[in-house]
Design a protein around this ligand. Sequence first.
Ligand SMILES: [Zn+2]
Ligand SMILES: [Zn+2]
Length: 325
Amino acid sequence: MKFLSTFVAFENLHEVRRLCHWGPIIALSVIAICSTMAMLDSIIWYWPLDTTGGSINFIMLINWTVLILYNYFNAMFVGPGYIPLGWKPENQHDAQYLQYCRVCHGYKAPRSHHCRKCNRCVMKMDHHCPWINNCCGHLNHAYFTSFLLLAPLGCSHAAIIFIMTMYTQLYERISFGWSTVKIDMSAVRQFQPLMPFSVPAFAATLFALGLALGTTIAVGMLFFIQMAVLLQSTILIIKNKCHAKDRIQHYQTGEEFIFPYDLGGRWLNFKQVFTWSGTPKGDGIVWPIHPKCHQHTLTVGSPYWLYYNVLLFRQSVRQWFSKSN
Ligand SMILES: [Zn+2]
Ligand SMILES: [Zn+2]
């Protein structure tokens, strides 16, 4: 039980309901199809028990599947961490800088946002991800990012297996005629494989190849976006809304904008999220900040916050006018 509880946080088991949603159903189906087909095709193409290469290939496949599912389920079930209902800052004076959430009946801690889908204020909310049917935030940021890295790696490996299986199985069945190419799927190969590679097997492999390539490209792009966000220690919402640094420098205010949670180095920002224990540093409420900033530099009520939003508004109005002209 103790061994199991290191992998599964039992207090989060009620979160299993999150599986009943199109996002996890599609994501888990893609993982199941790609890994099952890759294992079956490996048996045909590179029998694992005869050669070291075959064994390594098969063990790596199992490895990808386990790691991908481990990070995926942790991202979903551990969740982002929520601000306690009715939360107030310890120092009453700080309340003036914070927004009040009427749904959670409490103040929004720095970096937290209220998610309408989760119906709670989420610690360091990055975005609500439909594929894990949960928010990506403080506690699951590392699991989520690891999943985004591992899924394209696993899918690329699977894609190589699909291509090699189809190539080796079809090679002796293709005949080239005068301006025609014929594939004889009933032809018996010189070395009879353990399992027959029939038309349905070919179609299933081709389908799985499409899924694997699509996942590699789409999830791989998400990984690079997520890493850029994580290394600058910003969050996706802020990044999408404003590109703060660019715009403020664009207005030549003469003052450099410092994002308060950027600790001043990519490695420092990385270590804050990725730890050996799997639990990120901090309590999700009070954040380490850049020496030139304070806890409420970016929260409502602070002069900087107002200044920053006026600039963004002006920029949006200008863009709107330049588009309409
Ligand atoms: Zn709330
Ligand atoms: Zn959410």
